[in-house]
Ligand binder design. Structure first.
Ligand SMILES: Cc1ncc(COP(=O)(O)O)c(C=O)c1O
Length: 365
């Protein structure tokens, strides 16, 4: 009976499985030390400037936030050399992905994604009842040529996470330019750049010029990753004002809270925190990759703050690491049942992870 009340798309919908919270694992397994390397967070925490800005504001949370996020948008607009009307704020980019779906997708439309791309794009499409075209990857990297070929008259949006989660790979400036060349105006391209600040490669593409040229492109960026504000839920999208305007129509009025707006603004000014965070990931990625090689564990070389490892039975290795107080992410929902994904943590956490993985893999072999 209840099923009759529920939209068909919701009846068929598979919920997102987030990384397990530390406290839950401690409680369930009776552990005192648990390291979470499961959600690609910044292990150095937020910028101290963000923390002190929030502290000063705490006694004013009785007031609703500025729904438009004027001051944060102003800082972003100046930095990115765009207008305020080109920016939408979201409760994480996750919410913006959903707003994109609700604003633009009809049930007769199709979206194009890579087979192992961040799963929330598919979910946004499924919620709207769309067809999802999943294009196989090449070496765990988006195959932009194949994705372009997959576009047909029903395609509305192509989602490109760059770098991609969970593979940690990226597409280059040249590949993106080729993909964008001659693309019909009615096809929207969403570049999700959640991990862009970690990338040090010279051929990593600049996508804002496509927005500034008036192309049908939305660029997504977040404060959840290198900025260390995942718990506050704040991210933004940049696009031409006509697109953003329609998204603004359905954005919930107070979707980003005042502490998040203030912390995000303060974080943008803390270049040294970003630099430290990037350097930590660069150094520790090398440590992890060297040790995985020594152990003979296959992995996908990453430019982001996480690594995809081929471990045999991903769920089994996830469970065994959990019992040792280390939370990683099993990858079955990404159609990668032999893999786990690990977030690059603090030096001590990474050493603990390598030791635990060695024990687990020894037992498996
Ligand atoms: C590629 C990608 N995009 C978007 C998100 C969502 O981030 P948030 O909603 O915290 O901004 C994530 C989170 O893991 C991600 O990996």
């Amino acid at each position: 009976m209840i099923e009759k009340l529920v939209r068909k798309n919701v009846l068929d919908f598979q919920p997102y499985l987030p990384g397990k919270p530390i406290e839950e694992v401690k409680r369930e397994l009776g552990l005192t030390r648990v390291d979470k390397l499961a959600s690609n967070e910044n292990p150095l925490g937020p910028s101290p400037r963000a923390v002190s800005a929030m502290k000063k504001f705490l006694n004013r949370v009785n007031l609703y936030p500025d729904g438009s996020g004027f001051y944060l948008k102003k800082v972003l607009a100046t930095r990115l050399k765009v207008k305020l009307e080109n920016i939408i704020l979201g409760s994480g980019t996750d919410e913006i992905i959903e707003i994109i779906g609700k604003t633009f997708l009809n049930p007769t439309d199709e979206i194009v994604v890579s087979k192992h791309a961040f799963i929330r794009y598919e979910m946004a499409g499924e919620l709207m009842g769309c067809q999802i075209k999943r294009v196989p990857m090449k070496n765990f990297t988006h195959d932009l040529e194949a994705m372009k070929k997959a576009i047909n008259e029903t395609t509305k949006i192509v989602f490109i996470a760059n770098p991609n989660n969970p593979t940690g790979t990226y597409v280059t400036e040249e590949e993106v330019a080729k993909f964008m060349n001659g693309l019909p105006e009615e096809i929207m391209v969403v570049f999700d750049e959640a991990y862009r600040e970690y990338v040090t490669r010279k051929d990593y593409p600049q996508t804002l010029p496509y927005v500034k040229r008036g192309q049908t492109v939305i660029v997504l960026r977040t404060f959840s990753k290198i900025y260390g504000l995942a718990g506050l839920r704040i991210g933004y999208g940049i696009g031409k004002s006509e697109l953003i305007g329609f998204m603004e129509r359905i954005r919930p009025p107070f979707n980003t809270n005042s502490l998040a707006q203030i912390a995000a603004q303060a974080s943008l000014s803390d270049e040294s925190h970003i630099k430290r965070s990037r350097e930590l990931v660069d150094k520790e990625r090398k440590y992890l990759e060297e040790n995985l090689e020594k152990m003979g564990v296959e992995f996908v070389p990453s430019v982001a703050n996480h690594i995809l490892l081929k471990v045999g039975n991903g769920k089994d290795v996830f469970d065994k690491l959990l019992k040792k107080g280390i939370i990683v992410r099993a990858m079955a929902e990404y159609d990668l049942p032999e893999f786990v994904r690990v977030t690059i943590g603090l030096p001590q956490q990474n050493r603990r992870f390598i030791n635990a993985l060695r024990e687990v893999m020894d037992k498996c072999s």
